[in-house]
Design a protein around this ligand. Structure first.
Ligand code: ZN
Length: 326
């Protein structure tokens, strides 16, 4: 894209800043017990203030309240969200289509921040207005050049009372592989090498885990050396005794599927779709997110016994997956 075209594109995308993506969304159901109960089941949150009316009376709330982190769930579209669209239906979709049409075909959620002034009570209606808050200048990132788009959502109840806010940032980018192909004149059809998987962040607290997977072909689980409690994913402190001393054990690799979802979209280069994304109850008692392989999605069942298989990508990156137990 030459400078003039880029300037024109940027003038157009920056004109979206400050625009609401559409009308205020009104939650389809008021805050209600069944949704709260199902959310808590999925999150394994057993706090009685969320579903036991008698015990909730004894809490500071005096009644059943909703977990604050459910805030966005109250205004979600349900299965309609998965239908996709031919023509953009709102300003956010128009902005994304504009960038996609100019080669920024990748999209990656980068971070979100939520603010909860108070707990929601049964019967409240949740309303939300989302505004395109900012668009960065073009940035060079590990996955390709692109723009960070931040939306801000203001939540209010039926009386217009502030009940929370959320900012959500995504990166809309030109996948690096396509840029390389263009740079070498190979063209889009001639991209021969399989793109590599997006690498997870490997920082001070979890880098050791990936190194051990790679070097020892195992699934490590962090263990507190003071009280022996296991924990996963890796983190600096034991949630049972507060100790920061730890070592690790090697998991047996046996477990069962706690729950799963089949991911069709969005599709990133380097992955084969659909992906059967699973939460595994490890034999050791810890739970981890992984991917089910060697199994058609329709054969995946909750409770199914699975076993570890360390996958090695073409670039040498190793990642623990699971397959049906033999
Ligand atoms: Zn401990």
């Amino acid at each position: 894209m030459n400078d003039e075209k880029k300037k024109a594109l940027e003038a157009e995308i920056y004109s979206y800043v400050g625009k609401p993506i559409g009308p205020q969304v009104i939650g389809r159901d008021p805050v209600n017990s069944p949704m709260i109960r199902q959310w808590c089941e999925a999150m394994a949150d057993a706090h009685p203030a969320y579903f036991d009316a008698n015990r909730a009376k004894e809490t500071i709330h005096g009644e059943i309240v909703a977990p604050p982190t459910m805030l966005q769930a109250w205004i979600m579209d349900g299965f309609d969200m998965s239908k996709g669209y031919d023509e953009p239906q709102n300003e956010q979709q128009r902005l994304h289509k504009l960038l996609a049409d100019h080669g920024y075909s990748g999209v990656l959620g980068t971070n979100t921040e939520e603010n909860y002034p108070r707990y929601l009570r049964l019967g409240e209606t949740v309303k939300a207005l989302t505004v395109i808050d900012s668009i960065s200048e073009e940035k060079a990132t590990g996955v390709g050049i692109g723009y960070f788009i931040t939306t801000k959502t203001a939540f209010e109840n039926q009386d217009g009372e502030d009940i929370g806010s959320m900012s959500f940032r995504v990166l809309r980018y030109k996948p690096a592989q396509e840029q390389q192909a263009v740079a070498t004149g190979a063209g889009k059809d001639a991209v021969a090498a399989k793109p590599s998987r997006i690498k997870p962040p490997m920082g001070h607290d979890n880098g050791w885990w990936w190194t051990q997977v790679k070097e020892e072909d195992c699934l490590p689980i962090q263990r507190c050396t003071d009280c022996s409690k296991l924990r996963h994913p890796p983190r600096p402190m034991c949630d049972a005794c507060g100790s920061q001393s730890w070592d690790s054990i090697k998991a047996s690799g046996r477990g069962s599927i706690h729950t799963f979802t089949v991911v069709h979209y969005p599709q990133f280069p380097g992955y084969e779709y659909p992906i059967v994304s699973i939460i595994v109850d490890l034999e050791e008692g810890e739970r981890m997110a992984s991917t089910l392989v060697d199994c058609p999605p329709e054969d995946c069942k909750i409770g199914m016994a699975v076993e570890l298989v360390i996958q090695e990508d073409d670039d040498g990156f190793k990642i623990p997956f699971f397959r049906p137990a033999s």
